[in-house]
Design a protein. Sequence first.
Length: 280
Amino acid sequence: MRNLFLLLLTFVSISPLGLLAQLPAIPMRLQAGKILGKSEYFVDYTYRHKTPAESKDFQEDIIRVELGKALVKSYSYRLWQADSLLTQITNPNGSMLTPEGGLSPFYYYRDLTNGTTQVYYRTPLSGPTLKYTDTPTFLWTLTGEKKVISGYEAQRATCQFRGRSYEAWFTPSIPISAGPNFFGGLPGLILELHSMDGAHHFVLDALCQRSADIVEWKIRLVKSVSRAQFRDYYQRLHKHPMQTFEANGQRVYPRDAQGKFLTNAEALSWTIPFNPIELE
């Protein structure tokens, strides 16, 4: 797995922020590919998460879901905005301004007819996009509790999923078994989702009926891997980033909070905060 992909040699200086937060995703040019289906709703969730887990502060993103009867597409709306503005945010020197940290580098296409999800992960520093197929299974327990969310009557459900406990509030008024990212498995749209440990929160921000083509993005470089291979890479990237970058042909120069470049020994002991939504 050490040679999962090869990159052209790149030289990158990681700012002090890069030592304290997630590595920012680099905007890329997204081209429209084939049409996969039609949406019935567009749903936006405010996604707040703690990285690292012991942090007192939350990072924030907006997750957009294009919701169809047979297909769901989920992605970071803020990162998509940065992608859309790629030509305006490239400066004359050729270096690229990056969006704020904490934006999700994942996007998902979930087939509601067979339960499979195509997961895409944008590796940092303009690396390739990794793709794998997942079939998440959720064993929800309905609690009987109810409340109203944005005018929709919602019901509460709980489950254990890949190392975390969750509560979800879903509405049967929109009978599509979906939610943010890969979440679903309930008899209605998830309006809120919270991990019980307080680390991850998805809260409905906007919901509107909208019929539009659900388009598969064309990415310049995609590498297909297994979920196990992806998890191995993802963990190594955060626990041993320097070794992982160097193994893939990237030269990275991290700096400390004062902007001073780290020594080789310090760089080798550098780690990236890590609190993935999937622990298993």
